[in-house]
Design a protein around this ligand. Sequence first.
Ligand code: TMP
Length: 213
Amino acid sequence: MSEDPATGRFIVFEGPEGAGKSTQIARLAARLRAGGHDPLVTREPGGTPAGDRIRGVLLDPDLRVDAATEFLLYAAARAQHVSEVIGPALADGRVVLSDRFAAASVAYQGYGRGLDLDWIHDVNARVTAGLRPDLVVLLDLEPSVGLTRVAARGRPDRLEVAELAFHLRVRDGFTALASAEPDRWRVFDAGEPAATLESRVWRAVAPVLGMRP
Ligand code: TMP
C-alpha cells in the first residue's frame, strides 16, 4: 500500500461474470461523492479511447481470438490505462475505482485459458510499471448464478459464452489470488442483497481511504 499521503488510493473490483461489480462501484462512488470526494471511476478492458477499441475486439462474440492474443490485448489496454488514466489520477491524489485490473488476466487468461502464470505476472508487472492496487474487492459468486444473471441482460459477449468449466477455473483463480494476499484482498458473498453488500464493502474500503466506516 502506498505510504505517501500525497498519492491517491487505488481500489479494484474483481469477480466472476454477473457478480454486480458495476452496481457496487457506482454505490461506492456515490458514497464518496456525497462525502465531498471526487473518485475516478474506470474499467478494464477500456478506460481510454484506445482501450475501448481494444475492448470491442476482445468482447466481440463473432471474432476468433486465441489465448495469447487475448492476453496481449488485455495487457495492451492495461498499459494504456495505467499511463493515460490511472497513473496521473493517483499522482493527483485521487481515489481510483477500477472495474477489473491485472488480476483479471491471471484469473481469466491464466487459470481460465491455461496460459503460463509466470508470463502473465511478468507482463502485468511491466505494463503496470509495478502499480498494485491498495485493495482488491472480490465479489465472489457461483459462476452458474452469475451467468444466469448475465444471460438476462441480453446477448452474451465473447467471454461470457465460454463453457461453465472455464468460468469455474476463473473463480478458483480469484479465490487463490485472494488467499495468497489476504492483506490486499477482501472477499464478499455477491449473493447478498446489493445494500448489504454495499455496507460490507464500505467497511473494508473506508480504512484504506483513511476514512471512518
Ligand atoms: P466485464 O464484464 O467485467 O466488463 O469485463 C469484460 C470481460 O473481460 C470479462 O469477461 C472479464 C474479461 N477480462 C479478462 O478476461 N481478462 C482481463 O484481463 C480483464 C481486465 C477482463
